[in-house]
Design a protein around this ligand. Structure first.
Ligand code: ZN
Length: 446
């Protein structure tokens, strides 16, 4: 294998990362204005990275509305895309930082600062990997384009705009997850089931759709009967001054079957006491099942495993019932047919299906040129035979066809993404640069 990356490239990558980390590029819509939809600091980071790319010999372009930018090298029809992002999650209110999050500290072989793992560090690894190929005189099959998003940590409005306005890629990867690679990401569907209200009792439990709720409180009618029902089921709860608090175990919605859903448990107990169809849907039909099996039948595929269905919110008032749910749908399952089954079942309990959010799945088969080449490159560079992954989570890769998430966390890397003292080791940065350079050389060099 040729070595493209030199110590100088590594040094340059760290220097560039230092500059990027100094930008507190956190979403701030209060300061949004023309050309800066996510606030001035996010745009400043975008400007900085484009300036850097221009100095390295890339042609750069910035969206006139300020949603995204890109930097390109090479000639030809075909386009290899690298999907990166310049925004970061906040650090200001995050306890535990031992250094200034927005000043890159290099200490004991570690790079410490917000964005070092997610995603400024991996972005610089990819950028200087391509620079290393350029310096080695490698010619490319077509163009290589770094696409810089600015709204990855929230609503992905940046790449939505990109896809509206710009050309799509031939193939590519997002350096924003884990090695070896993620070649399938389940479809992500969030919805509400809406039904009539009742005067018999009321409650408000759960909330964020993407987590399994670990608590659900009840302070309405028939408290002692509800308590007896909880006892009968052996569910854990505590007595409050004027109510009950059911306990569960919180996990990410993509792993719903591994959690304990406090809202579901409360619904099960309540439906022993009250006969109310919208409640029975959750309490009697669904129960503690988190794979959707009781509602839509067993749903799975070989490529990505089982459906998960997380009932995260239950609100019942005099006026209405609202159930909020989050589903992670296997990549080859037809979403519309699934929704049809769910709507049909829900209607039997006086509930109406209302879609809230939908992210289509990502699936690039293992045998494809892209996935097989990335995987063999990773294995050749590391001798690590870890199997490629399927995820219920979401990366930028799913915004484009023929694109996967490739690195930059290694299977044994400590995960500091979104956490205090976010850090990445210089050794992993270097290794990542070597893997990216080799992969792009194999896929796109000529
Ligand atoms: Zn990220």
């Amino acid at each position: 294998m040729k070595t493209f990356v030199t110590d100088e490239h590594q040094k340059q990558a760290v220097l560039a990362l230092k500059t990027l980390v100094s930008h507190e590029s956190v979403l701030n819509e209060n300061e949004a204005g023309p050309g800066q939809p996510f606030g001035p600091k996010v745009v400043a980071a975008l400007d900085e990275v484009l300036k850097l790319c221009a100095s390295l010999g890339f042609k750069t372009f910035k969206d006139d509305e300020g949603y995204y930018g890109y930097a390109e090298v090479g000639e030809g029809e075909q386009l290899f895309g690298l999907l990166c992002h310049m925004d970061v999650v906040p650090a200001a209110d995050q306890a535990g930082w031992q250094t200034d999050p927005f000043e890159l500290i290099e200490r004991d072989g570690l790079l410490i600062g917000r964005g070092t793992q997610d995603d400024k560090g991996p972005t610089m690894a990819a950028l200087f990997a391509v620079k290393a190929l350029m310096d080695a005189g490698v010619a490319f099959e077509g163009r290589i384009r770094f696409i810089f998003g600015t709204d990855e940590e929230t609503l992905w409005r940046c790449l939505e705009k990109y896809n509206e306005k710009e050309e799509s890629i031939t193939m590519g990867f997002a350096p924003d997850a884990e090695f070896p690679l993620i070649y399938a990401e389940k479809g992500l569907l969030q919805a509400h089931l809406i039904g009539p209200g009742t005067t018999e009792f009321s409650l408000r439990a759960g909330g964020a759709l993407n987590v399994v709720p670990d608590r659900a409180s009840y302070a309405s009618n028939q408290l002692s009967k509800v308590q007896q029902a909880l006892d009968a089921h052996g569910f854990s709860y505590e007595k409050l001054e004027n109510g009950l608090l059911v306990h569960g175990k919180s996990v990410h919605a993509k792993d719903a079957p591994e959690g304990i859903n406090a809202v579901s448990r409360l619904a099960i107990a309540l439906s022993d006491v009250f006969d109310f169809p919208p409640l029975s849907f959750l309490g009697k039909l669904v129960g503690e099942n988190a794979t959707g099996e009781n509602v839509v039948g067993k749903t799975e595929d070989e490529a990505s495993g089982e459906l998960s269905m997380n009932f995260a919110e239950l609100v019942i008032t005099e006026e209405a019932t609202k159930i909020g749910l989050d589903m992670r749908i296997p990549v080859t399952v037809n979403k519309d047919e699934l929704v049809k089954k769910l709507s049909h079942k829900a209607a039997q309990y006086q509930l109406e299906y209302k879609e809230f959010d939908w992210l289509a799945p990502l699936y690039v088969p293992l045998e494809s040129e892209l996935v097989s080449t990335l995987l063999s490159t990773y294995r050749d560079c590391t001798n690590d035979m870890t199997e490629p992954m399927v995820s219920g989570g979401a990366t930028f890769a799913r915004t484009m066809k023929n694109c996967v998430a490739f690195g930059a966390m290694f299977p044994d890397s400590p995960d500091y993404m979104h956490q205090a003292n976010e850090q990445w080791s210089v050794a992993e940065l270097r290794k990542t640069m070597e893997i990216y350079a080799e992969a792009i050389y194999r896929l796109w060099g000529k």
